[in-house]
Design a protein around this ligand. Structure first.
Ligand code: G3I
Ligand code: 9MR
Length: 579
């Protein structure tokens, strides 16, 4: 390994000499071009570094360091026109250049790119921020300045007296259901969305348990000897646990009757209701608590046992009530998270219960109801859940026999190869070509497939694919921005997020990934919605507006941030491993 590294360093040096006749370029005089689409955080030193150059007639590019020296130059590779953005695409590849520092890219007929770094810790800060964002999203507690700085606010939504809505099955009365994270830009809490969020975060922790130690985030629980990531997840589990009915079934959501205005949470004094009870909320509960039981087993045996017994009860309720879909009652108009086909939910819950217990009942369900590992855009809180089941079953801690684990690993690798083929054929070198509501979470979930494949066999092609896919999130996209608030020279500034829009702070709450381009533009101007938003482009990969009113492409959501945590944490670890 050492010889390879020495060779690569020498190669970089030769390239440096060969490629550059150190020439000063007065970059201060060059215009900044937003047609150079790159990862605005930068690049890991020993990794793939491919940048998209849009609508340029130039044939080459130069890499310029902070003092204006051309340190690398190369040819622009023509990739033709991308029909999803209407752009002529060329690729600038400077993967061979590995020297850490601050750089910009120059293209003769365009100008200079946003600044970026080559460094092994470029994902470290955004990883922390993507988790800290969850703390800033907490309900029922005061978010204090000592932890939140300028994003502090008084206690809001105590949720200690929530009315049972008739759809919950209760005729009257109230229940206490405090804590948990606001779902997204709104102030409501949904079990179907909490599940995929908690499971994605726990899956990251189970695979990279040392990535976020205690005292990483400066949250109230910091210093208690437990990973700050687990402390944050526990705040959601504390709420979710209160949503289980005595018979094991799980209520669907805790919500106001309609979406509140764009006010700070402490100003939203709407009555709060416990609404619905469904197969899907019960399965989400079963899955996340079975997984949580596994994770807390060595931290708090009693809690782990309690979680597991509640997960079993929720599974049993769902098994007895397999077809109870959720639909908003007439007097409720907040989020629905409604789907009609629950096989992915059942498989995921059975997988988590089996991975934790090894018990025949759950194995029997999976054997009788097998599901392929696959990826379909737009399924992120529905059929995609089965993939989280695969991730649980292939782990060393899982009770599955090795032979069967190998089969599941082969399925993951096969899908990763399918997606890699799509990436290789994409002018933007990322695997998504269908842009719907929450498309950035599709990108992030695809990156997790590559990360899981890399975890299985350490083939660099999967690590590189995960890096190129994440480059899209941080600026290598047809919108030309970093979709993560607070990260990048040009990043999402006005997310559909009441906490960001209603506070007196100019900058949005940092660390949130926006939903991303959505060709359906449900909030756009139309015959049914004459006051809708006028999108600057209807091209699928460009159908995005950085406006607070834009909920169909610019909202933030906990289930979209969970894979952001996974991937920035994974690349932060990979960055250190590659050093
Ligand atoms: O996936 C299908 C795709 O196959 C199909 O071609 C396309 C056209 O029919 O539709 C796609 O489904 C879309 C789905 O998002 C993709 O995830 C649905 O049309 C679209 O209605 C659905 O939007 C959901 C949105 O609520 C409106 O219901 C989002 O998934 C969901 O993330 C979002 O969730 C909201 C909560 O309700 C409230 N809190 C905020 C949160 C985020 O916006
Ligand atoms: O703020 C709401 C957001 O969380 C939802 O995802 C979105 C779609 O259900 O609805 C948003 O609320 C808007 C409502 O749908 C229409 N009137 C304006 C509301 C605030 O933008």
């Amino acid at each position: 390994m050492k010889n390879v590294s020495l060779f690569l360093t020498l190669l970089s040096f030769i390239l440096l000499l060969g490629n550059c006749t150190p020439k000063n370029v007065d970059i201060s005089k060059l215009p900044i071009s937003e047609n150079i689409r790159l990862n605005q955080l930068g690049y890991l030193p020993k990794s793939v570094k491919k940048v998209v150059v849009v609508d340029s007639r130039s044939d080459n590019f130069q890499l310029i360091n902070s003092v204006g020296n051309i340190v690398f130059s190369g040819e622009l590779k023509d990739k033709g026109t991308w029909d999803l953005s209407g752009e002529a695409i060329k690729i600038a590849d400077f993967s061979a250049f590995e020297i850490c520092g601050d750089y910009k890219l120059h293209v003769e007929d365009l100008g200079i790119s946003f600044p970026f770094q080559i460094n092994s810790d470029i994902y470290s800060e955004v990883f922390d921020a993507s988790v800290k964002a969850f703390y800033l999203q907490r309900a029922s507690i005061a978010i204090e300045a000592q932890f939140a700085g300028e994003y502090n606010h008084p206690l809001a939504h105590p949720d200690d007296r929530c009315f049972y809505h008739p759809s919950s099955g209760k005729k009257s009365g109230t229940m206490s259901s405090p804590k948990g994270w606001y779902d997204a830009g709104d102030y409501n809490k949904y079990i179907v969305n909490a599940g995929v969020t908690v499971s994605t975060l726990l899956t990251f922790h189970e695979n990279y348990p040392l990535s976020m130690p205690d005292n990483s985030l400066n949250i109230p629980e910091s210093g208690n000897g437990i990973s700050d990531l687990l402390d944050e997840i526990k705040f959601e589990l504390d709420w979710a646990e209160s949503m289980q009915d005595a018979d094991g079934g799980v209520f669907f959501k805790l919500t106001s009757k309609s979406f509140s205005g764009f006010v700070m949470p402490q100003e939203d004094l709407s009555e709060r209701f416990v609404v619905g009870k469904s197969t899907t909320s019960s399965l989400n509960f079963a899955a996340m608590f079975a997984q949580a039981s596994r994770v807390w087993k060595d931290l708090d045996a009693e809690l782990a046992e309690r979680y597991l017994s509640k997960a079993r009860l929720a599974w049993s309720w769902a098994a007895k009530n397999p077809d109870v879909a959720y639909k908003n009652p007439e007097d409720i108009s907040t989020g629905e998270y409604g789907h009609a086909e629950f096989s992915g939910d059942f498989f995921w819950a059975a997988s988590q219960l089996f991975a934790t217990t090894g018990e025949a009942e759950y194995k029997a369900y999976m054997d009788a109801n097998p599901l392929d590992f696959s990826f379909v855009p737009g399924e992120n809180w529905r059929n995609y859940l089965k993939n989280l089941g695969y991730y649980a079953l292939v782990m060393p801690v899982s009770s599955l026999q090795d032979g069967e684990k190998e089969k599941l690993k082969t399925a993951i690798l096969s899908e990763a190869d399918n997606q890699l083929q799509i990436l290789e054929g994409s002018p933007y070198r990322q695997p998504l070509s269908t842009f719907v509501w929450g498309s950035n979470s599709d990108i992030l979930d695809l990156a997790i497939i590559f990360a899981q494949a890399y975890q299985i066999n350490k083939d660099r092609k999967y690590l590189n694919a995960s890096i190129e896919t994440m480059d899209y999130i941080f600026g290598k996209n047809a919108v030309g921005i970093s979709f993560v608030t607070g990260f990048g020279t040009k990043s999402t500034l006005f997310p559909h997020h009441r906490l960001s829009a209603a506070d007196n702070v100019a900058e949005p709450v940092p660390g949130w990934v926006a939903g991303g381009p959505n060709h359906q533009m449900q909030d756009g101007i139309s015959d049914n919605n004459p006051n809708g938003l006028k999108y600057s482009s209807g091209l699928p990969a460009k159908a995005y507006m950085d406006l607070a009113e834009c909920y169909a492409s610019n909202e933030i959501a906990i289930n979209w941030n969970a894979p952001l945590v996974y991937m920035t944490g994974f690349l932060d670890a990979a960055g250190k491993e590659l050093e």
